[in-house]
Write a protein that binds this ligand. Structure first.
Ligand code: KG4
Ligand code: ZN
Length: 337
């Protein structure tokens, strides 16, 4: 079975083709960084327009890369949410239209389920049950996963997401959008201990997060300190350390509460090397294991959507012509399999 996947939830246009026997056959990605860089963040209207321009050429490029035609495809998966509504509508409209024209099943996919399942694309994939840490631009969640679609929310951010905190502070530090990866780059040159930021809610037994107090504290520090490069590096390092510490402590607590031995990370922030290293060490000390995807599959792409669409093929077909998008779509509402 081969599934074409279309990802347009935010600022990346991604097309993937996944074959249940041969694996990944195509991975085409267009990043909109150039479109948004002058604005310091994503402009939703411009994002939708870029998706419209790029989605068909990228589908053509994916077919070329895989040396396939529409006749070789068994279904079309597209991100139906969560995400920016204008961006989602582009992928969903194209996905539904192509499915209708080619007489194929259309499979609306939940973007966060795509992130959650991404580590399954790697060698030695995770085995159920596990705790999932989903950390992206809009989500910071801990989820108990006992099977495909068997998701229980253990905790989430009560305010900003971890990725959003990275991005907002990166902007204050004068770094270009997208901030998280840039901030991680300059943090490498920082000196440990010059700044120490709060780690909100780490002493409470619950598994929710809060990042807005941390963000305010870092913002005040930026305003009251010199703007030289070393200071920026030191602040970036202290912020990265604080976020990684918070995530590691909460993951440990979630593992203690569930008794699970495996931890799966997904979403753009799981590309962060320090987070990957610290969670790997923590899991080793617990005789467990941490699973994560290669960096290009942590951030948004079409492959995770085609893969998730393949796994959802039997239980998630949209067989009418209604364009189905959900800007908010909790994972917990997905059907169990
Ligand atoms: O999953 P994703 O690509 O898009 C959403 O679904 O939101 O995640 C994007 C987020 C951004 O906030 C970005 O700054 C963050 O992931 N990110 C990182 C790194 N790479 C991407 N944050 C920290 N360190 C990184 N290396
Ligand atoms: Zn994402």
């Amino acid at each position: 079975m081969r599934i074409l996947g279309i990802e347009t939830s935010c600022d990346d246009t991604g097309i993937g083709i996944y074959d249940n026997k041969k694996g990944i056959l195509a991975n085409q990605l267009y990043s909109q960084i150039k479109t948004h860089i002058d604005y310091g963040g994503i402009v939703p209207e411009l994002a939708s327009r870029d998706h419209i321009r790029k989605v068909i050429p990228l589908i053509q490029a994916a077919f070329k890369e895989a040396n396939l035609t529409s006749k070789d495809i068994d279904g079309i998966a597209y991100t139906a949410g969560p995400g920016l509504i204008g961006s989602l509508l582009v992928g969903a409209s194209i996905g539904q239209a192509l499915a209708f024209a080619w007489d194929l099943p259309a499979i609306p996919v939940n973007h966060m389920e795509g992130h959650l399942l991404a580590p399954m694309l790697e060698d030695n994939p995770p085995i159920f049950p596990f705790v999932a840490l989903l950390v992206s631009g809009g989500h910071t969640q801990l989820i108990s996963v006992t099977g495909m679609g068997q998701y229980k929310l253990l905790g989430e951010s009560l305010d900003d997401a971890a990725g959003e905190t990275f991005d907002k502070i990166a902007k204050l530090l004068g770094l270009e959008y997208p901030g998280g990866s840039m901030l991680a780059k300059i943090a490498k040159y920082g000196h440990t201990g010059r700044f120490i930021f709060p780690r909100p809610m780490i002493d409470s037994p619950e598994l929710n997060f809060s990042f807005s107090g941390l963000k305010t504290s870092v913002a005040k520090t930026i305003l009251s300190n010199p703007k030289d490069n070393q200071t920026r590096y030191d602040i970036a390092l202290a912020l990265e350390d604080a976020i990684v510490d918070i995530l590691v402590i909460k993951c440990k607590r979630a593992l203690e509460q569930t008794g699970f031995k495996y931890l799966v990370m997904g979403g753009g922030v799981s590309a962060n090397n320090k987070l990957r290293d610290q969670l790997t060490i923590m899991m080793k000390n617990r005789n467990g294991k941490a699973f994560y995807a290669r960096p290009e599959f942590c951030t948004d792409n079409g492959v995770i959507i085609s893969y998730t669409g393949m796994l959802r093929f039997k239980c998630n077909i949209n067989s009418n012509l209604i364009i189905y998008v959900r800007p908010r779509w909790p994972l917990m509402e997905l059907p169990a399999m």
